[in-house]
Write a protein that binds this ligand. Structure first.
Ligand SMILES: Cc1cc2nc3c(=O)[nH]c(=O)nc-3n(C[C@H](O)[C@H](O)[C@H](O)COP(=O)(O)OP(=O)(O)OC[C@H]3O[C@@H](n4cnc5c(N)ncnc54)[C@H](O)[C@@H]3O)c2cc1C
Length: 419
């Protein structure tokens, strides 16, 4: 049922789009208009480029954009994690300096959290920031940094106090990725792509004003970034659905997607491609195999239940309810479905599933699914970590024993890494 508010919002937006949408405008000029009008992020506060609309009205806004075939603000890649984090924890100066350029797509971002030896245990980070007369100086190494090779800015978690317990000795910084002292080295994965990098910091500078929150707030702020990452994980699967329409603004949007989403181009494969199972089983004639039909049916039931779970979580969010256990359950189920789907793809294609490139079925797509699927169980928190969270926070099982309390300086860790 369309409420009075929704009808009003739809009508106002339709009029605005009719008056302003122009396919021949430049992408940045158009997005500046969106930012000024607040229609780009209508659920954001009015003071910061939004219209303070309730989340529940977002789907209606998105439908109107689609109906007008209009391009929205830049929402892809890690830039939106940066936006969400700065909106919640940034100073007014941060918001004024960075939010607009994130929404117009002029700046791209990366997330510098994981390190060798601190991925699941993110609070074990040993990249350090020490203060000097101008601000902060960074030394250390990050790992698995998606998009660092084309990022303008990074969200950096670094240790500022070695005498505090590990969760409270970290701080959160905005770092210029293009400055001297920041070295980005791409890492090639077994699926042939190079989405992430290792990043080395050698006396890299961060001006004092680029500290987010207070010294020691790093862990709390990183949790905001990660919560948004888990929520947005689904959207990455839909990448590349750039508008099929013709016109200058669409060409620019497609070019932007090709650059910013380049690291994510295999992400749909890591989801196991349940969507291809039935057509592939039909075209190979394997749908007639009674044993395989059982496997396919089991996968379809699992996949449908996972969709409903994700739908429930989205509805709860739109209704403004606090986050429940769906986040960890959804992540765990999604990686289970992806693995099951890659298994069924192998059963359907047989030995051909291992052929890459033009030799393999669907131009090597099935082989790529097999090689990409393990990432689902790792990125954004491994399956084991999700199980720990569900065990401790949902099932109320005893917490894991801790050996890492007290000053971080005294916590046992790999002796080759610095302090
Ligand atoms: C596609 C992809 C993109 C990524 N992008 C980024 C990015 O942009 N920025 C960024 O900062 N990071 C990124 N990461 C890193 C990711 O967050 C980490 O890989 C992940 O958190 C796991 O950490 P780790 O690799 O250090 O594994 P480890 O923490 O070393 O874990 C190794 C194994 O031990 C298990 N394990 C560890 N601790 C426990 C425990 N307490 N109980 C039970 N089992 C345990 C783990 O589950 C895992 O199986 C990305 C990773 C992937 C795969």
């Amino acid at each position: 049922m369309i409420t009075h508010d929704e009808a009003e919002v739809r009508a106002e937006l339709r009029d605005w789009l009719r008056a302003h949408w122009d396919v021949n405008r430049s992408l940045v000029a158009w997005r500046n208009l969106l930012v000024d009008s607040g229609w780009g992020m209508p659920h954001w506060p009015r003071a910061w480029h939004g219209r303070s609309l309730p989340m529940a009205l977002l789907p209606a806004v998105e439908e109107e954009f689609e109906a007008a075939q209009a391009v929205g603000v830049a929402r892809i890649g890690i830039r939106l994690l940066a936006a969400a984090t700065l909106l919640e924890h940034g100073s007014n100066a941060h918001k004024a300096r960075f939010l607009r350029r994130i929404l117009t797509g002029e700046d791209t971002w990366c997330q510098l959290f994981s390190e060798p030896g601190s991925g699941s245990d993110l609070a074990g980070a040993t990249t350090r920031a020490h203060s000097d007369s101008d601000g902060w100086v960074i030394n250390g190494q990050k790992l698995w940094t998606t998009s660092a090779h084309h990022a303008d800015w990074g969200l950096l978690l670094a240790r500022t106090d070695w005498d505090a317990p590990k969760h409270s000795g970290m701080s959160y910084f905005i770092i210029d990725m293009t400055q001297p002292g920041v070295e980005v080295q791409p890492l090639k994965q077994m699926n042939g792509h190079a989405s992430f990098n290792q990043v080395f910091f050698t006396d890299a500078k961060v001006p004092a004003e680029n500290l987010v929150g207070k010294t020691g707030d790093g862990w709390k702020i990183a949790m905001t970034t990660l919560a948004h990452e888990r929520r947005n994980a689904d959207a990455l699967r839909r990448w590349g659905h750039a508008s099929p329409y013709a016109g200058a603004i669409y060409d620019q949007e497609r070019a932007e997607i090709a650059t910013v989403m380049e690291p994510y181009k295999w992400y749909p494969q890591r989801a196991g491609r349940v969507d291809l199972i039935m057509s592939r089983a039909r075209e190979t004639g394997r749908l007639a195999d009674p044993a395989l039909r059982q496997d396919i049916a089991r996968l379809m039931m699992l996949s449908r239940s996972a969709e409903w779970l994700a739908h429930r979580a989205r509805q709860a969010k739109v209704a403004g309810k606090p986050e429940g256990p769906e986040g960890s359950l959804g992540k765990l189920v999604a990686s289970h479905v992806a693995r099951a789907a890659s298994h069924v793809h192998t059963l359907i294609s047989g030995a051909d599933a291992m052929l890459a490139g033009a030799d393999g079925p669907h131009d090597g797509l099935i082989a790529e699914i097999l090689l990409s699927v393990p990432a689902t169980s790792i990125a954004g928190g491994t399956d084991e970590i999700q199980r720990n969270i569900i065990g401790e926070r949902v099932l109320d099982l005893p917490r894991e024993p801790r050996m890492d309390t007290g000053p971080f300086r005294d916590v046992p860790r790999n002796p080759t890494r610095g302090r």
